[in-house]
Ligand binder design. Sequence first.
Ligand code: FAD
Length: 411
Amino acid sequence: MGAAGAPDDGGMVIIGAGQAGLQVAESLRAEGYGGPVTLIGDEPHAPYHRPPLSKAMLCGDADEAQLTIRGPEALERKGIALVTGVAVASVDRAARCVRLVDGRTLGYRGLAFATGSRARPLPVPGAELEGVLALRSLDDARRIAAALEAAGRVVVIGGGFIGLEVAAAARKHGRAVTVLEAADRLLARVAAPPVSEFFATLHAAHGVTLELDAAVTAVEGAGGRVSGVRTADGRMHPADLVVVGVGIIPNTELAQACGLECDRGIVVDACARTSDPLVVAAGDCTARRVGDGLLRLESVQNAVEQGKSAAAALLGKERPFTAAPWFWSDQYDVKLQMVGLSAGHDRVAVRGSVAGQRFSVFYFRGGDLVAIDSVNRAPDHMLGRKLLDKAVAVTPEQAADEGFALATLVR
Ligand code: FAD
């Protein structure tokens, strides 16, 4: 790395050492690129898995060493230089260099943004009180795990995946748990009503108090520490620990500052390319153009697949990511797996037994299968990926009929 004002040719530079950044780096090598690759992350850790942070780690079922995706030695063996604990402060696209907060500069011939996202802050008074925590990073998870040891009453703000996974973990620790959700159903932004209802029943059966239509107006405390959460109906929900899971904000400021188009994410095409031919972007920080619209995905699959596309694009190759999006969530002994986008569906078909906690909901729009949510039915999910990727015609009647082998449709 050069001294300030004297950039050298850093080869390929990747900003953000998370799932997507790591994928870009490793895919550059897999594609045969032999020049320098530098992966720069502001966290003090080598790339690690985030999904277990709200699952096994909070439940006490994972040790931290298992979270690392690729350690520094493994990266070194691949000739990938990992810089941790240092943020990129600015990008100069005209001069083709990045500047780090410690003043170092690094020239690039290709640049990838993989800056991820951060937890959306709770916009109410008291959100800064001690005992009010959000979950995005390993350090956040450590703080929440420690707080769970001591907390008697936990209030989770937000009934999305992270909030519900935290609620399940807190119940596993025997804590009294209340989930406050502003919408009229759980998972409103990401799942369809049948799945929302299933999870409401599941959490209630595990002793969670669920409050829907519960808009939070303030977090209250005494002596700088949280004591409870106030909702718009005037009620107070007592708490020793409040976990906020109200969504994320993509980290686009750096890209915006250097003039790249951003619109709820760094705008990229299906090949992870920005409008600058030397610059790509991948993962949570992106918004992908699809037709006239923009698609924002926040998932491991998206980070990995866009990371592969981005590496290919840096080498002048086209590798579009067009597969159906998929995601998963673990709560108690339930594994939910989702594939496709159910928004705008006009018909559903249920396969299996909701009461038996083994079922899949098939979503149709205008007669076409558009998504499948599977609860404890991994084979339906795997088959669903094929059905959607190959745009196989399925009828709601076939989907609902357990006697009909859907696998015959993809042979
Ligand atoms: P990140 O993993 O966020 O990595 C981006 C990195 O860039 C961060 O380390 C960030 O600090 C760093 N950075 C930002 N700005 C700079 C800068 N200027 N300079 C240097 N570094 C910078 N997905 C699923 O598919 N299934 C799940 O079950 C699931 N569970 C999840 C549970 C939790 C608790 C969380 C937080 C996420 C979960 N996700 C899940 C989402 C998934 O983890 C993310 O979509 C994925 O990590 C995105 O990868 P990324 O590389 O784009 O971003």
